[in-house]
Unconditional design. Structure first.
Length: 157
């Protein structure tokens, strides 16, 4: 795992500068001045490399069938498995993810989703995140959708 160097940002906020991960240097600013620290996410991630944009993933398996109807944890596992497959297709991993956006039909599902997410990401280097409650997704049995942004080295193909 990458070693963290703690520095002070020019305006006084805390900066965690990570060692190079997969030839892409990422800097996590977990608590910029004037902003309450994130609970399980990073407010700012700075990096350089090739941008990987993943479309929102839902709890559909390879056959297009819903996995875990009514069960937010089961759906989250399928969603994060789908995200991992998409990252792999781009020669990326969850270590490269800089932003996750969650669309949930009930914010009450977020604790179950976060518990699953924590099995996939390095919680010491959590990506920036946004969670939004929506009225519905494109199929009524779906409880969440997650999209992601990642940065990979310029040389990755």
């Amino acid at each position: 795992m990458a070693a963290l160097l703690y520095m002070r940002w020019s305006d006084g906020g805390t900066v965690e500068e990570d060692a190079v991960v997969n030839d892409t240097k990422l800097t996590h600013i977990t608590a910029p001045d004037g902003v309450a620290p994130g609970m399980g996410y990073t407010h700012v991630v700075i990096g350089s490399g090739r941008l990987v944009v993943l479309s929102g993933q839902v709890a559909l398996n390879e056959q297009g069938e819903v996995v875990g109807a009514g069960d937010p944890a089961a759906q989250a596992r399928q969603v994060f498995d789908n995200l991992r497959s998409c990252l792999t297709a781009a020669n990326a991993t969850f270590d490269d993810v800089v932003k996750l956006t969650y669309f949930v039909t009930d914010v009450g599902h977020l604790s179950a989703v976060r518990a699953v997410r924590d099995a996939y990401i390095d919680t010491e280097r959590a990506p920036a995140s946004t969670a939004v409650q929506v009225a519905a997704l494109f199929r009524p049995e779906l409880l969440l959708e997650v999209d992601a942004l990642a940065l990979i080295p310029e040389t990755a193909q």
